[in-house]
Design a protein around this ligand. Structure first.
Ligand SMILES: [Fe+2]
Length: 464
């Protein structure tokens, strides 16, 4: 089947995923299982994404504005249970009590004027990623603080600043560095001067603010990367229109401005000495996500899903025919302040994930959503070979989360978990795929009796 056909059939399902709200919430309930769930797979997959697309009959203008929904699938002894709950942010609780939309760029104009006059902050929807840290579960979005979620019932416990260390926002893309036994994340602080804060969340002990970098304008930064020694940013020129944002002038997608003349700024700084950052500019390109980064022969190797521009932002709400992202390797030479960019595969892809043990180091395989959700791919980053599995017509897969088998001996020795929407039955299911037999497709499926709206990111938490 031609790439365009695969993309378009997955695209039809994608429209539903970004438009139709979660039909109802529930705690853990048994899911119908087809196939055989591996008994050794014991734990919970947590997923996060926008799941409420309208409030009191008023639609959000962009799916990124949607209230977050946490979905969980728990696997135990070959059985599956599933739960899905809307994140009850302070803002959403306020709106429900008032019986109308109050926050954001889709609220009525008079309400937005009032919000500006009253200096009312935006809503923390927590709709992008869900992470596990020191036995606690947090929903993240890039413009706000983490929201703590109860792991068992998925109840919203509330916003946290992690013991007073978060100065501004805490983005949705923390990355773990196994050699440092810590997770790192960034957050932006907008003001007269915009700062990027780096945070460290160690496997044990207190979280800490590592340091800050000043930025030359107010950008949108979705993701970043970290190697064993360096924090790396490919700062694509998406500027926040500050006045529009302050005046809450919608629509949402227009607060961002693609400014290619600024180029992409490359920033690489030692984690332990941010003031020794190397910075230079190159031609403009955009990425939502990085796959991995590591150091080799004094160079920084950074793998990303690269786009020509920022058209994907509008592509969520209109068929603007944007060019999909493809997997690229960016090699940065800090001494020459130069980079080289090579496309490793021409297959459209997104949502890269790896075996957790090889993050921030040399690695061989990236797991990807390919063809706009029509399939899952395993890219060999050494050879460029892409092994794939395509889902059935009208099925759309989410980010593939790789779970190593206990005692795994290779990067592919484990299971790939992806939440799939089936447009024919209008339900979602968890697909469990053997990482060494990807083309065979799922060894088991666990079905919800309803659909789960789009989930962007999530993580597996093994049972202890
Ligand atoms: Fe993301």
């Amino acid at each position: 089947m031609a790439q365009a056909d695969i993309q378009s059939r997955a695209g039809r399902s994608r429209d539903t995923l970004y438009r139709e709200s979660l039909p109802y919430e529930h705690g853990f309930e048994p899911l119908r299982v087809e196939g055989e769930l591996p008994a050794e797979l014991r734990g919970t997959l947590y997923r996060d994404g926008p799941g409420l697309f309208e409030l009191f009959g008023r639609r959000y203008g962009h799916p990124f504005e949607g209230d977050g929904v946490i979905t969980a699938v728990r696997l135990e002894a070959g059985q599956a249970c599933g739960a899905a709950r809307i994140i009850e942010s302070r803002g959403l609780v306020h709106e429900r009590a008032a019986g109308r939309m109050i926050y954001g760029f889709s609220a009525p104009a008079a309400q937005r004027l009032l919000n500006v006059a009253q200096r009312r902050q935006g809503k923390n929807t927590g709709n992008t990623n869900v992470i596990w840290w020191q036995g606690r579960l947090f929903a993240l979005m890039e413009a706000a603080r983490p929201t703590e979620i109860a792991p068992d019932g998925l109840a919203t416990l509330g916003e946290t600043d992690l013991g007073g260390i978060i100065r501004g926002a805490f983005s949705a893309h923390p990355h773990r560095v196994p050699t440092r036994r810590a997770m790192y994340n960034i957050g932006l602080r907008y003001g007269k001067q915009t700062y990027l804060d780096l945070y460290e969340l160690p496997d044990s002990g207190q979280a800490r603010h590592v340091g800050s970098l000043s930025l030359t304008y107010a950008p949108m930064i979705h993701d970043f990367m970290v190697t064993g020694n360096h924090v790396v940013l490919l700062l694509s020129p998406v500027r926040i229109r500050v006045m529009r944002t302050m005046l809450q002038m919608g629509p949402f997608h227009r607060i961002f401005e693609w400014t290619p003349r600024l180029g992409t700024e490359v920033i690489a700084a030692p984690i332990d000495a941010l003031d020794r950052a190397i910075r230079f500019h190159t031609d403009a390109f955009f990425q939502w996500h990085y796959a991995n980064a590591f150091e080799r022969d004094g160079r920084l190797v950074v793998d990303i899903v690269r786009y020509r521009n920022f058209d994907t932002m509008l592509g969520f709400i209109s068929d603007n025919g944007y060019a999909p992202g493809t997997f690229h390797r960016i090699t940065i030479d800090p001494e020459r302040r130069a980079l080289d960019s090579a496309q490793l595969s021409d297959v459209p892809c997104e949502f890269p994930r790896l075996h957790p043990d090889v993050e921030a180091g040399e690695y061989r395989y990236a797991w990807l959503t390919i063809h706009g959700g029509g399939g899952i791919g395993r890219l060999d980053v050494d050879t460029g070979e892409l092994v794939e599995y395509l889902f059935d017509d009208l099925q759309s897969a989410s980010e593939p989360v790789f779970v190593p088998r206990a005692g795994a001996r290779s990067e592919t020795d484990g299971y790939v978990l992806t939440l799939v929407y089936d447009g024919r039955s209008h339900t979602s299911f968890l697909a469990v795929i053997d990482g060494q037999r990807l083309p065979d497709g799922p060894v088991a499926r666990a079905f919800f009796d309803h659909h789960i709206p789009a989930t962007f990111h999530g993580n597996w938490v093994a049972s202890t």
